[in-house]
Write a protein of this length. Structure first.
Length: 200
């Protein structure tokens, strides 16, 4: 049985949206500060890695540390209401239970509406967030920057540091620059990203 589900009910969406808005500046975008209450630690992950089969194992580790029974994965752009619900009568938001397996995570990313497979999260998502319901960690991803920012306070999560993790300084050089002309990130963007997300 699939342990992940897309949100279809409006009340469930509103409840999840409340949780999201408690954590994120929902309307903001990088390089600005996207967290309402900034976390102590930030690391950067390649956006494409987060959109992969094996990334479920990372989410599973973080859920174990935060003692959460599920994680929220929500697409902010395209708009979950004005576009996704209006077109498909469901939201591009999911509840991923702890019992989910990597294959199910991958299937969820690939699962588009019957009438529009191209609207699967894997293909049509500019801004995506992953959120611990206890709000012990959160992750904000933007495809146009090629990155996700994992933010947390718990040192136990820091113990999971691996080859997927970049400092913001490394990410600017190795990931973000790939999305700019001549691989040159404007100084204004560098300044903001370093100010808000460069503590490790």
């Amino acid at each position: 049985m699939n342990q992940s589900k897309f949100i279809k009910d409006k009340n469930d969406f509103e409840e999840t949206l409340y949780c999201v808005k408690q954590t994120f500046h929902y309307e903001q975008r990088l390089p600005n500060q996207v967290y309402k209450v900034p976390f102590q630690k930030n690391v950067v992950i390649d956006f494409d890695d987060a959109m992969s089969h094996v990334f479920w194992y990372e989410l599973e580790k973080w859920m174990n540390v935060s003692d959460d029974s599920f994680v929220i994965m929500a697409v902010l752009d395209p708009d979950p209401v004005d576009y996704y619900y209006k077109e498909f009568s469901q939201y591009n938001w999911c509840i991923l239970q702890k019992e989910t397996i990597a294959d199910e995570y991958w299937n969820t990313l690939n699962q588009g509406p019957d009438e529009s497979p191209a609207d699967a999260i894997l293909f049509n998502s500019e801004v995506v967030i992953w959120l611990s319901p206890s709000r012990k960690w959160a992750m904000w991803g933007e495809r146009s920057y090629g990155i996700c920012i994992l933010s947390f306070n718990d040192d136990a999560i820091n113990d999971f540091e691996n080859e997927l993790w970049f400092t913001m300084e490394q990410a600017i050089a190795d990931l973000i620059s790939l999305n700019f002309r001549n691989y040159t990130v404007p100084e204004e963007i560098i300044s903001k990203l370093m100010k808000f997300y460069s503590d490790m």
